[in-house]
Design a protein around this ligand. Structure first.
Ligand code: SF4
Length: 346
């Protein structure tokens, strides 16, 4: 099944989209708009905003009018906030229908979302499952899956099926098992992530392990790398993860870890090339290698590459040796080679 959040399709073979969440107070329209623009610039496909009260819902409408990227209203408990955000142009709602009260309220939200043509994401969090699920299934992936199915059934009873499901836990193995379980018979697209994963270091490792395992299984239609870090880092990490798994086209850097044979200052070159290439979506492979042992092999396989020597490097272009260049020229030469390749492809 496929759903649409504004211009972004989710599911049924659509490109896997990268999401993040704003960290500003949604009631502060100006700051939130500025952050959403920053996130769009970083490459986010969809941005989610916490909408905790009616004042934030009013601001949500103003924000929606000021940005072009699809935005999602994240709502807990209050169906009136959901109705206000849908009326205010939300491209998608994140809400668990079992938490908003009686069937009449679920009916109103489902009807409003249906008439606006927007999906609802059911977001099950391993840390806040319903008591009945804990009692019946314990603290298990199965409990998360049954919780998601319960929330989905409330929408299905209202004839609503534009549903996305997420099953996030802070434990990688539990998260992966929950998604694998629900993927066996779930007709809805899956939003994949490891929640509260941690800092930019540990969180990145947990997310790469969890999201990466699932995506390699073919599970996951949209992702969020959840980090205790600025949200633009989540976006960059999400894009890098998709590229690393071959799920999104983009430039790739091959760089060696260096060892006692390396006679150039390789790490700053690799770091700079990494951030330069992150913005390039052409499938260009660049190799930055420290010496003549493994260097020429990798550099030859790349579109362009260098293999370091003593204070210099050999430049390879499409597998052929071009010239020897001084160490200080490695960066500018690699960048101009990349630009040349992009121009030639256009
Ligand atoms: S390419 Fe050379 S410098 Fe780099 S790790 Fe391999 S042997 Fe060491």
């Amino acid at each position: 099944m496929k759903v649409k959040a504004g211009k972004v399709s989710i599911g049924e073979g659509s490109p896997i989209s990268v999401q993040t969440m704003t960290t500003t107070d949604t009631r502060n329209t100006e700051e939130t708009v500025a952050q959403i623009r920053l996130l769009e610039e970083a490459g986010a496909d969809i941005v989610r905003l916490a909408v905790p009260d009616m004042e934030a819902a009013e601001s949500f409408e103003r924000i929606k009018k000021a940005v072009s990227i699809p935005i999602v209203a994240d709502i807990h408990f209050d169906y009136r906030i959901a109705l206000r955000c849908i009326a205010g142009g939300a491209d998608k709602i994140r809400l668990n229908p079992g938490n908003i009260g009686d069937a009449g309220r679920v009916r109103m939200v489902a009807a409003a979302a249906k008439s606006a043509g927007i999906p609802i994401r059911i977001g099950v969090n391993g840390g806040s499952l319903e008591r009945e699920m804990y009692e019946k299934y314990g603290n298990t992936p199965r409990a998360m899956v049954e919780s998601a199915k319960y929330h989905a059934s409330l929408l299905e009873q209202e004839g609503f099926s534009d549903i996305v499901i997420s099953l996030k836990a802070s434990d990688v193995q539990k998260t992966v098992e929950a998604y694998r379980l629900i993927a066996q018979d779930c007709p809805y697209p899956l939003h994949v992530g490891v929640t509260e994963a941690g800092t930019a270091y540990a969180g990145l490792i947990k997310s790469a392990a969890g999201i990466g395992s699932l995506l390699l299984d073919g599970i996951g239609d949209t992702i969020r790398v959840s980090l205790s870090a600025p949200p633009e880092e989540e976006v960059r990490a999400g894009i890098a993860l998709l590229r690393a798994l071959g799920k999104r086209q983009g430039a790739e850097l091959i760089s060696c870890p260096t060892c006692g044979r390396c006679k150039i200052d390789l790490m700053p070159v690799a770091k700079e090339m990494e951030s330069y290439l992150a913005k390039i979506d052409a499938p260009i492979r660049v190799a930055v290698m420290g010496c003549a042992v493994n260097g020429p092999g990798e550099a030859r396989e790349a579109h362009v590459g260098v293999a370091g020597g003593d204070g210099k490097a050999v430049l390879f272009r499409h597998g052929e040796i071009v010239e020897s260049i001084p160490e200080e020229s490695i960066l500018p030469v690699l960048k101009s080679e990349v630009e040349r390749i992009i121009k030639a492809w256009k």
